[in-house]
Design a protein around this ligand. Sequence first.
Ligand SMILES: Nc1ncnc2c1ncn2[C@@H]1O[C@H](COP(=O)(O)OP(=O)(O)OP(=O)(O)O)[C@@H](O)[C@H]1O
Ligand SMILES: [Mg+2]
Length: 412
Amino acid sequence: MYLTHLSLKNFRNYVRLELELSPGVVVIVGNNAQGKSNLLEAIYFLATAKSFRASNDRELINWLAADTDIPFAYLLAKVEKEHANLRIEIAIKEEARKENGANGATMPAVSKRIRTNNVARRAIDLIGLANVVMFSPQDIDLIQGAPQMRRRYLDVTISQVDPRYCRSLAHYNKVLIQRNHLLRQIREKHARPDQLLFWDQELVSAGAYVILQRLVTVSALNELTFGIHRGLTGSQERFHTVCRLNLDVAAGANLAETLHGELARATPEARIGAIAEVFKRKLAQFQPREIAYGMSLLGPHRDDLAFVVDDREVSLYGSRGQQRTVALSLKMAEAEFMRSRTGEEPILLLDDVTSELDAERRSYVLESIKERQQVLVTTSDLHAFDADFLAKSLLLRVENGAIEPVNLATLS
Ligand SMILES: Nc1ncnc2c1ncn2[C@@H]1O[C@H](COP(=O)(O)OP(=O)(O)OP(=O)(O)O)[C@@H](O)[C@H]1O
Ligand SMILES: [Mg+2]
């Protein structure tokens, strides 16, 4: 799939942008703080209804617009797919200020309206319609950051190809909040342990699907990352990912083992059932402890991934360059995974990625993206690309929230 048109109003430093795009490689060049990352963020937001960096949607509304009567931002993308055209619109609006902050402070609420092909949608139903993979310098957090970053990588990857995963995960997270609340109530003797029964059942059935898909996906990603990582490192390193399921680590289960043997060839529902059974048993064992802590201690909300290069965990022993390369392998595998599952090429967004790679790794990345259906690459330095690569790309310059085509011939 590829973007043919992007409109932005009051999004970050883009007061107004109308941009036509073509398939192939689009190179966006600009100095620091001109709007390169903001542009990719807009595209990512249109595909996922989430920013990869803002913690609050209000940050996305242009500062000047934020001072007007009805602060809003509007984003529109037109996407060409294999068998359909897609029009995605998102409006972010600041609602009337309410007195809901501490000390009676006024906190503006933000609403988000999503439409695809002129029909209103929930955010959860948007995900998967337009697939994107974002590469950014912050990807190193995948290796160095908290487990939440690694779960997010998996969740974004799977959600974009599997709506059931997305729904199960959302349901799981809702159940988790209710269940934690109930566990605290039980601890304070305001509720009874038997009231947990219903929430345990919900947690187990949503959680079992999440766990199965994480296991299956990590194994599919491993098949892809192995070759990609060998390519990136000139066949120097062997890389694989280990799925550290919380049920295994904290409760002594061995779910990969459980799914071996006859279950390896069983239906997905039978496999989910087998995981659910283990999950339920472990929950029963942990119940006194969960009540004492007043929170849910077991389940996929505590899963993690470990990245292993040549038998050593890269977060502990890897150099920064090695960690960066692992993150890059994971992202390239994510794109390949989506393509194999959906039959559509995701749109690749590479934010300033070339700047931190050595010449060989950079040329491997550029070589592998140039045949992709659509790739948007930002850079502050065109020298990172060779003349042949640039000659085959659409070249755009961004300056203070405005974008102009660049004529290669006029560049020195
Ligand atoms: N809500 C907002 N309203 C207006 N401007 C904003 C808003 N949020 C961020 N900006 C500004 O937008 C500008 C461009 O940010 P962006 O992150 O896109 O820069 P960049 O071109 O990627 O730079 P770099 O090369 O440093 O990564 C910055 O000056 C930033 O402060
Ligand atoms: Mg940037």
